[in-house]
Design a protein around this ligand. Structure first.
Ligand SMILES: N[C@@H](CCC(=O)N[C@@H](CS)C(=O)NCC(=O)O)C(=O)O
Length: 209
């Protein structure tokens, strides 16, 4: 088994944190996104979507999508449970993971990918050339603020994003909160519940992965 990874990218970081929380040791192969290695024919044969992370299993199966990768690792290494122990906890973990991905991560990515010169003609991941749309920068900022407001409401009355236990949803929110800093969005200063949650999650040893 090996993980195709890039140490600067947020989605691979989700998987690295998850692996660290599980206490696993999985060999890594770096795919340098700055040098567009994800668009090489060799890597597109591994993941036609041209994204990392990818977990290659011992039988050659290649799993892309952080959620699928971590779900597989949870099933093969159940302890500690990071997707919830009961059907209710599991559903809430998936629900909040979907909210973080769709409302939070993609909103921040909308800002970055339409703003940064590094993404010119590469405003969406993958091999399709795609021009930046400057108007999406402001829209992405508004969507991001709305997302962090929603999270602030949620964390006002519970310790962890998906309920009573630290989970993959918290890992996804940590990565998204740090990712927001890339485009000068400061989610925590004006949101006290998110800030308290952030201090607890960011200080876990796995967060350094
Ligand atoms: N939904 C995927 C997203 C993967 C993704 O977008 N990865 C980014 C790095 S964070 C990537 O590989 N981008 C390559 C590119 O922009 O060409 C996941 O959850 O893993």
């Amino acid at each position: 088994m090996r993980l195709f990874d890039f140490n600067r990218a947020p989605n691979p970081r989700r998987v690295r944190i998850f692996i660290a929380e599980k206490g696993l040791d999985i060999p890594r192969v770096s795919v340098n996104l700055y040098q567009k290695e994800q668009l090489s024919p060799e890597f597109l044969a591994i993941n036609p979507g041209g994204t990392v992370p990818v977990l290659e299993l011992d039988d050659g199966t290649c799993l892309s999508e952080s959620l699928a990768i971590c779900h597989y690792l949870e099933a093969t290494h159940p302890e500690p449970a990071l997707f919830g122990a009961t059907p209710r906890q599991q559903a809430l973990t998936l629900m909040w993971t979907g909210i973080v991905d769709n409302e939070g991560f993609l909103a921040v990515a909308e800002v970055l990918r339409n703003l940064s010169p590094g993404f010119r003609d590469h405003a969406v991941p993958g091999a399709l050339a795609c021009a930046q749309i400057p108007a999406l920068v402001e829209r992405g900022r508004r969507r991001s603020e709305r997302f962090f407001d929603r999270v602030e409401q949620q964390l006002r009355h519970q310790s962890w994003l998906a309920g009573e236990h630290y989970s993959f949803a918290d890992i996804s929110l940590l990565v998204t909160t740090d990712f927001a800093g890339w485009v000068d969005i400061d989610p925590v200063s004006s949101r006290p519940s998110l800030r308290r949650w952030y201090e607890r999650v960011a200080s876990r040893p796995a967060a350094r992965a």
